[in-house]
Design a protein around this ligand. Structure first.
Ligand SMILES: [Zn+2]
Length: 191
């Protein structure tokens, strides 16, 4: 069974992990939010989410709003920038330039020292670098994954039916598309 690499490159993986604090686990198929638990437990936060410490401003309301905005953006990158713009509006970022390989590279940094600022700076830098659009949520199970395909057209997470995670995301859509193509071929053959 082919294993799909869903991990995001570099620090964008921090963003993916944050988005997936809300998920529909395969075992239960029940919507699960671990953020309230992580906000209360600094050890669990460091162990399961990030080595970047949570600040008092990173309360559950703020983080839930940020996560929802990121989920909306990752579900459809071409539309609905409003939610992401709204959270950017509340988190000031500062531009820094650094020479890299003989050219100036722009790097955005949070001035707040908050976890939300840390995450948004990563998002802003990934958007500027042009690869944030590859961070997507699965059309079926909503799991956030990074699209490593050459085409960048992947719509479903890599959980396949035969794997240990035993899920078949996109199967119904793929089967109906296959049937549609087969029906069209049959019609074309009749004429
Ligand atoms: Zn999925």
């Amino acid at each position: 069974m082919q294993q799909h690499n869903q991990v995001a490159p570099g620090d964008l993986e921090e963003v993916r992990r944050f988005i997936n604090t809300w998920s529909i686990p395969n075992q239960t198929r029940v919507e699960t939010d671990v953020l309230p638990m992580l906000v209360k437990d600094a050890h669990a936060w460091a162990r399961e989410l990030s080595l970047y410490p949570r600040q008092p401003a990173d309360n559950l309301d703020m983080l839930s709003t940020l996560r929802l905005a990121l989920r909306q953006a990752c579900a459809d990158h071409a539309q609905h920038p409003e939610a992401l713009n709204a959270v950017f509006g509340g988190v000031p970022l500062q531009a820094r330039v650094q020479p890299n390989d003989g050219v100036m590279r722009l790097q955005l940094e949070s001035t707040q020292g908050t976890y939300a600022g840390h995450i948004l700076a990563i998002v802003a830098n990934a958007i500027a670098a042009g690869h944030f659009s590859r961070l997507k949520t699965c059309g079926d199970c909503q799991w956030a994954f990074y699209d490593h395909t050459r085409s960048g057209n992947k719509r479903w997470c890599g959980m396949t039916k035969g794997g240990p995670q035993g899920r078949a995301c996109g199967t119904i859509a793929k089967v109906s598309a296959f049937r549609q193509r087969a029906a069209m071929k049959a019609r074309a053959a009749d004429t």
